[in-house]
Design a protein around this ligand. Sequence first.
Ligand code: NI
Length: 434
Amino acid sequence: MPFSDPRTAAAQATLPTRHTLHAPAAVLDRFSDSELASLITLRRTLHANPELSTAEHATAGRLDAALRARGVTEIQRVAGTGVMARIPGRTHGAPVVALRGDIDALPIQEQTGLPFASQVAGVMHACGHDVHASWIVGAAMELLREPAAGDVLLILQPAEEIGAGARAIIDSGVLHGVAAIFGGHVDRRFLVGQVIAEPGPLAASADSFTITLTGRGAHGARPHEAADPIVAAAAVITAVQTIVSRRIDPSRPAVCTIGSIHAGVAANVIPDTATMTGTLRAMDPQTRALLTTELARIAREVAAAHGVEAVVTIERGTPPIVNPVREAAWAQQAATAMLGADAVVPFGITNMGGEDFAFYMERLPGCFLRFGARAPGEPPTAAHSSRFDVAEGAILVGAVVLAACARTASQSLATGRGVDDAEPSSGSSNRPML
Ligand code: NI
């Protein structure tokens, strides 16, 4: 960390102490006062200097430097503005596990009034990715002190918010040979120290669509000479509400939202076209497929009833995240070991948000966790809000629990493969990435 950098000055204003961080003592006790201060300063520096998806150049530089300053030696850039590091394991040939934190910010004007608020107009860490990046650096500290059986790859991933970063990391090939992957997200609905690590659905698929309706324009006073795309659009909007209410099994969560509609330029002119965009969310592949086929069918046929042609294009986004039983059990075991059984709480929420960690889980076993990020008495401010902030104790909880996930998974996989834990790592083979 370049502590002399004036851009970090605000970040160091009124740093919390271990007594004001609201994190469990078992977590705080693993870090010295200066380590806590340096991780909080890192997070605040990232927060004050946010960068949008695929433009995380300074962020990557800061994270690279932060890892190096803490003794990590194997670091490389990946997927453009991503950073990847390898923490050596104890045992030669033991399974490699990856931990992922996302690093990008959102196009939002920050209104928190924090002393370390964004210094970039219109850009803000409003989803906690500054915290996710920082807890991966904290996990590096943990894994250097207490290594996993196998090597651990730390993935600081760009471009989560546009659903592109995970795919770019996968396409780079760096995950070849990785046996499992873990990641997490802050959640202001839960208190710092609470962790959700459970099997089953955790995030929805997020596909977007465009419906273009083409009719025939005419004078607004002579509608019988037109094929009115606005009236057709109104009918389509109403009709597609029946997909969720009449076509999808009520026990399967689903969303069909039309978020924009554009048509016409004048009060007395019927236009030729109308265009709508929207989003489709589902928790399982069958519902996801049904949403897209029904949307296309209903839009086409309802438009046809109005003499208007509908063209529906679907842009496939992230798949749903469904945590598998074995990996969720490892995450739960890791969180329980670090925080106690009471800290692992049920999610109890159907989260229709999307998360591009899902792309990793299409290819690798793994688990996505959620980490409580609210201090007692604070309101549960929603992510992607201009007033979003995170109780910083979450950084330490995320660091400690994710590092423990890597240790637990690596050890369990090594035991399953019969890898001899007594054999020291040679550091040469089973190293597909760096
Ligand atoms: Ni996020």
